[in-house]
Design a protein around this ligand. Structure first.
Ligand code: 16G
Ligand code: MG
Length: 551
């Protein structure tokens, strides 16, 4: 092992992946994300950064996922996964941004040398990486640029192929815990499906089989994973996989998928002749880490069950099990939400358990959830999971139940810790979790939906010249900049019954997002449009995005 960078090799390879001069890249909420055709140099450099991160962490395996999730097919992106299967440490987001913007090969080498110095990276350590991609057409070329980055660092890199984002996170945690007492599972796709379906089957044993579930795979990688999952589930749960055209140009996330359903609050047109009244259905997003449920009622009206509804369903179920197990003194359950959580969900949850609001982005939710014994976190957009702390896992393992009912409840809790992906939100794992609860409760979609009634709400976005001019506080619920804008928003909000609205800069796109809710549908739409208008006027936005009207 050498203890300095192989600058000749880096130079040779970097010259094959020049940085486009007119683009500034940023490692945002979900890594780098923009048009796939502009990302070649970024992927090469991320390969190098992943290797350095691994060396910094004594050769522990780092994950790299090439995906742009729910975004359009022509977009792509890349993010790094830390050894426990979690999002990259914040300081390295900054390092990644700096390195991706070095204008030339010379500047790149200089930036890398400076990172090695400041982060005190011992270059004689090994570098281990596991990487994967989603089904986007730009994926193969980007993965080959990434592989050049690994080569430049002489890293040991394992190609995990085309898998969902949560499966890649699962692999990272499995590899790094292998052979320890915290072993998380077998680091193979088979291991993943076995782990999920074995625990699912335990949880629903003896329950009446649920009617078939329609799964909208967003024409993405979830179609491949859904098929495998379905085979492993056998008769225990019938999945009807829809929107599985992963090679059809332009199909990915187009008028389907979790983001389409959440934002438009509509049934994907492709399901119109598929979904029967009362039947349960769900949509995954393009990399299968978001999940939104929905159904049509007897009159054919569409009803959506989003991340907030999933959190309410799941939290209540876990609390009940903890209570039946006789562990309610020792195991406290809490919920983490963001400002996007429907006001009605927050009220419902707050009446039952501790609820915390944090800024958007999985890393914020995940870290806040880690502070509870059992932390349920879901974003309204359908991304979320449930974390069990290590002391809680130990409590469950050591507990001596004194009645058969207690013993069953503890077994179910243990199975839940296996079923639920502990690294990140996972649409397939969450889907099985929802199915477990519905089956235990004998709930239809309608009964689940009646836990509380959503306040009508609307999301909007405004393109502005500089989203960084928008700064927030109080978990993004209030703007501190541009000065004076929040007061004008407050003044508008006060005119609407049950009104609430906030404005925040996107962490993944060059836009400012607006959320509004109110007691009536028309009022929520109007409030969103008027707040978007305020933002537009303040920021001098792009005329083509001047808010006019909604759907
Ligand atoms: C990404 C985040 C998601 C967040 C969204 C916000 C992950 C895995 N996903 O999709 O948590 O809600 O970005 O996007 O980190 P925005 O900042 O553009 O609104
Ligand atoms: Mg996603």
């Amino acid at each position: 092992m050498t203890s300095s960078l192989s600058t000749d090799l880096i130079r040779l390879l970097s010259d094959q992946h020049p940085k486009p001069s007119n683009i500034h890249f940023q490692y945002g909420t979900a890594g780098f994300r923009t048009l796939g055709s502009t990302l070649d140099s970024v992927l090469f450099r991320v390969g190098i950064i992943a290797a350095l991160r691994s060396k910094k962490l004594d050769g522990r395996t780092i994950g790299v996922m090439v995906t742009a999730s729910h975004n359009p097919e022509e977009d792509n992106g890349v993010k790094l996964v830390d050894p426990r299967g979690e999002m990259l440490e914040a300081a390295w987001e900054g390092h990644s941004t700096t390195i991706s913007n070095a204008p030339t090969t010379d500047a790149l080498i200089e930036a890398l040398e400076s990172l090695v110095q400041t982060a005190k990276i011992d270059l004689s350590k090994p570098a281990n990486v596991v990487y994967a991609r989603d089904t986007r057409p730009s994926g193969p070329a980007l993965v080959s640029a990434l592989a050049d980055g690994f080569k430049a660092m002489n890293a040991t890199a394992r190609n995990a192929g085309v898998v969902t984002t949560p499966i890649l996170h699962y692999f990272v945690k499995c590899v790094n815990t292998k052979g320890t007492k915290y072993s998380y599972g077998d680091d193979s796709e088979e291991g993943y499906y076995q782990k999920l379906t074995t625990s699912y089957k335990k949880l629903v044993a003896g329950k009446a089989a649920q009617p078939a579930l329609v799964v909208d795979c967003a024409n993405g990688v979830g179609a491949l994973a859904g098929k495998q999952l379905s085979e492993h589930l056998g008769d225990t749960l019938q999945l009807v996989l829809e929107n599985t055209s992963i090679t059809k140009p332009g199909a990915l996330n187009n008028a389907c998928g979790a983001d389409y359903v959440k934002v438009s609050q509509k049934l994907p047109p492709s399901l119109v002749n598929v979904l029967k009244p009362g039947q349960r259905a769900c949509s995954l997003d393009g990399d299968a880490d978001r999940l939104i449920y929905f159904y049509l009622d007897d009159r054919g009206a569409f009803h959506m069950l989003d991340g907030d509804k999933i959190a309410a369903l799941v939290a209540a179920f876990i609390i009940e099990l903890v209570k039946v197990a006789g562990l309610d003194d020792q195991i406290k359950v809490g919920v983490v939400q963001t400002a996007y959580a429907n006001g009605a969900s927050t009220k419902y949850l707050q009446e039952r358990l501790p609820v915390k609001c944090v800024p958007t982005g999985v890393k914020h939710l995940h870290h806040a959830a880690e502070r509870y014994n059992v932390g349920v976190y879901f974003e309204a957009n359908g991304h979320g999971t449930v974390l069990f702390s290590q002391p809680t896992l130990d409590t469950l393992a050591e507990y001596q139940p004194s009645t058969p009912a207690q013993s069953r409840a503890v077994e179910h809790l243990v199975s839940l810790t296996e079923l639920i992906n502990q690294t990140v939100g996972d649409a397939l794992s969450d889907m099985l979790l929802v199915e477990v609860v519905l089956s235990h409760k004998s709930y239809s979609g309608e009964e689940w939906n009646s836990l509380y009634v959503d306040l009508p709400n609307r999301l909007a976005k405004v393109s502005v010249p500089d989203r960084n001019a928008f700064k927030t506080e109080d978990a993004e619920r209030r703007l501190v900049s541009p000065p004076g804008l929040q007061a004008r928003i407050d003044e508008l909000v006060n005119r609407y019954q049950g009104g609430r609205s906030f404005v925040r800069p996107s962490g993944t796109e060059d836009v400012v997002r607006v959320y509004a809710e109110a007691a009536l549908r028309t009022q929520a739409d109007e409030l969103a449009m008027r707040v978007a208008g305020l933002v537009y006027d303040e920021a001098g936005g792009d005329p083509s995005s001047r808010p006019k009207e909604f759907l």
